[in-house]
Write a protein that binds this ligand. Structure first.
Ligand SMILES: CC(C)(COP(=O)(O)OP(=O)(O)OC[C@H]1O[C@@H](n2cnc3c(N)ncnc32)[C@H](O)[C@@H]1OP(=O)(O)O)[C@@H](O)C(=O)NCCC(=O)NCCS
Length: 143
């Protein structure tokens, strides 16, 4: 799912091994289930359909959508065969609920230019653009 998030346009810009090996991509999930990590996996029976994760990354080792040390940055992906059926929307709503329930003040993310499906989903769930980094917008959802 992390690989799908980084190759959202279907271009194989990275391999799974590269995403897991490079610190700037692996830092989103490395040592998963640290205190404060938030996330959900959507399943149909035993089949995983998609996932969402959110982790507060510090300024020294930030994510692409860094806003503040206490604001977790989220990432998500739904397997191609299961898109367009509300799975992404359910994951995002669930993660926002988790973040609110655990006392977070906001969550952020980074979305690349051209990723209209993800951007539309984020806007629908109350994210607003607060910054720009290269070819991506940083978006924030206050809770
Ligand atoms: C973004 C993503 C997670 C959405 O998951 P999903 O399960 O398809 O989401 P949903 O079915 O809940 O909602 C999809 C919405 O996007 C809309 N949509 C689909 N393709 C679209 C496009 N090209 N442009 C605009 N909207 C689009 C659908 O119409 C739907 O809106 P609706 O609920 O108003 O009908 C999924 O497309 C994905 O995994 N993309 C690749 C990875 C990615 O981009 N991750 C985010 C990186 S920032």
């Amino acid at each position: 799912m992390l690989l799908l998030a980084f190759t959202w346009d279907g271009t194989p810009r990275f391999t799974r091994e590269e995403v897991l090996a490079a610190d700037h991509t692996a830092r989103y999930l490395g040592g998963w289930r640290r205190p404060g990590d938030l996330g959900l996996v959507a399943v149909d029976g035993r089949t995983p359909l998609g996932a969402i994760w959110a982790r507060a990354l510090p300024a020294a080792t930030p994510g692409y959508g860094y806003v503040a040390d206490d604001v977790p940055e989220l990432g998500m992906a739904v397997a191609p065969a299961h898109r367009g059926r509300g799975v992404g929307s359910a994951l995002l709503a669930g993660c926002l609920r988790q973040a609110r329930a655990t006392g977070r003040r906001a969550v952020s993310l980074s979305v690349e230019d051209g990723n209209s499906a993800a951007r539309a989903l984020y806007v629908r769930h109350g994210f607003v653009t607060v910054g720009r980094d290269g070819g991506s917008d940083t978006m924030l959802r206050e809770l």
